[in-house]
Design a protein around this ligand. Structure first.
Ligand code: HEM
Length: 450
């Protein structure tokens, strides 16, 4: 971190002169941390192609190319078979991994649960979870805000979608999901070598235990519920799936979607929260302004709280730019295509990197600087629609984007009103890119009373 003339340049990995060789990127630092090892040129040029163990990977950064993949020619780009193979044991053929008709059906089934009105009704529950977490903090001291954020978002997803089933909100469940996710992030090498089933080392073994625990727990819950479902999100999809599919398939798809929403619905938002607090802790002037806004906003009705937090929203948008919780998205070309003048062959991989695009020097002024004013009202007119994609884009845009935004704003407002945050002297913060972009080993912040 550097601090020059009042500007805050938050932490980022060092940039080597040159991109490492494909082999080193497989086994070196870049393999352990997907956001490390990128050269300056990666943030300046529009396109690079890598060939890794016989697989061609295109990495375009121009927003026109991103738009073509995610929107204009979206039918030509599916989630790669390799990625599906990796993640299927965890989330099966749920919404995140399904294609074609199965994807369309499932997207329609969940749409109502994530519509604006449905999400607004959850603000009270989100506020309660944020306040409950504050109760466990000291008045003054150091806390791990990444852990606090994960506990809070897990409690919210369990409450909001699964009627607060205690099995989904236990320390044990949390540990197992973490292990499963870390393992998915680390098996890329064996997957690329065509051996996704091979489990090497304690990380992979813990991941497999975590995956089994989670699937078994969700299977138990889904079976207990039966075809009638119950009054919540899980109940709704169970009834809808049973109305459309044979019983066994309906049950499996319900488990797949329970797993999808349970995992995708908390870890990403937790990272957005942790990075937001990190940025606020690094810039006290911004923090004070946000706190004043939050304290005033908390006086009004809970359902409309996010609408009274425009400045906090700018901060959240900037946090999602600097630390996109999903740092990369991959696609496989179904047929040949052309992206920014580069030929894409059938079966090749196109890798879209919010991490690179959000810090691209031809798209953003002073891209590594924390500056919430970039997202001041009206400024979006100067941006390409596809140069800012924390939630992806096109038809497969994150279905939980509104849920996540409302949730993050509600939690941040409550936390800012309860404590001041500062970065402890000498604390090392390191962005670690895996399936998500998290602070390696947690994120310590100092809290003091208001
Ligand atoms: C800040 C928080 C979040 C971020 C940054 C985020 C990011 C993303 C991104 C980038 C995608 C697209 C992936 C791709 O195209 O390859 C996605 C899809 C998805 N997200 Fe989120 N997400 C967040 C929160 C949530 C929440 C809270 C939920 C559910 C409660 C959720 C559920 C999903 C699902 C189910 C998909 C797949 C949608 C589809 O393919 O139709 N996400 N998310």
């Amino acid at each position: 971190m550097t601090q020059a003339e009042g500007a805050f340049f938050p932490v980022r990995p060092v940039r080597p002169q040159r991109l490492s060789s494909p082999l080193r990127s497989l086994f070196g630092e870049h393999a352990r941390n997907s956001v490390a090892g990128w050269s300056e040129a990666a943030f300046r040029d529009w396109y690079v192609q890598r060939r890794v163990l016989g697989i061609t990977v295109h990495i375009p950064r121009h927003p026109d190319a991103v738009q073509r993949v995610l929107l204009d020619n979206v039918a030509n780009y599916e989630k790669p078979r390799l990625v599906k193979r990796l993640i299927a044991p965890l989330i099966g053929r749920g919404l995140l991994t399904a294609e074609g008709e199965l994807w369309r059906t499932q997207r329609k089934l969940v749409a109502a649960s994530f519509a604006p009105g449905a999400v607004s009704r959850l603000t009270g529950l989100m506020a309660d979870a944020a306040e409950a977490r504050v109760q466990s903090w000291p008045e003054s001291g150091t806390i791990d805000i990444a852990r606090a954020a994960t506990h809070t978002t897990l409690a919210i997803i369990a409450d909001a979608l699964f009627s607060g089933d205690p099995r989904l909100n236990s320390a044990r469940a949390l540990r197992h999901i973490e292990d499963a996710l870390i393992a998915v992030g680390q098996v890329r090498v064996t997957a690329l070598l065509g051996m996704p089933g091979i489990r090497i080392g304690h990380v992979a073994r813990a991941g497999e235990r975590g995956r089994r625990y989670m699937r078994a727990m969700l299977t138990e819950i889904v079976r207990e519920r039966g075809a009638d479902g119950g009054p919540d999100f899980l109940g709704g999809i169970l009834r809808d799936l049973h109305a459309r599919f044979p019983p066994r398939e309906a049950e499996t798809l319900a488990i797949d979607n329970a797993a999808t929403f349970y995992v995708a619905g908390h870890e990403t938002t937790a990272n957005a929260l942790a990075w937001s607090i990190y940025l606020l802790a690094g810039d006290q002037a911004v923090q004070e302004r946000a706190r004043a806004e939050a304290r005033a906003a908390l006086h009004g009705p809970a359902e409309t709280l996010p609408e009274r937090l425009p400045y906090l929203r700018q901060i959240l948008d900037e946090a999602l730019r600097l630390y996109p919780p999903v740092p990369r998205m991959e696609r496989e070309a179904v047929n040949a295509d052309e992206l920014s003048g580069h030929a894409i062959r059938r079966g090749q991989i196109v890798s879209l990197w919010p991490w690179l695009i959000h810090r691209h020097e031809r798209l953003w002024d002073d891209p590594d600087r924390f500056d919430p004013e970039r997202f001041a009202p009206g400024r979006e007119r100067a941006r390409h629609r596809f140069q800012y994609l924390p939630f992806g884009g096109g038809p497969r845009v994150c279905v939980g984007a509104r849920f996540a935004t409302v949730e993050a704003l509600v939690i941040l407002a409550h936390w800012l009103a309860a404590r001041r945050f500062a970065l402890p002297e000498g604390a090392i913060v390191e962005p670690l890119g895996s399936v998500t972009l998290r602070p390696k080993g947690g994120l310590p912040v100092q809290v003091t009373p208001i």
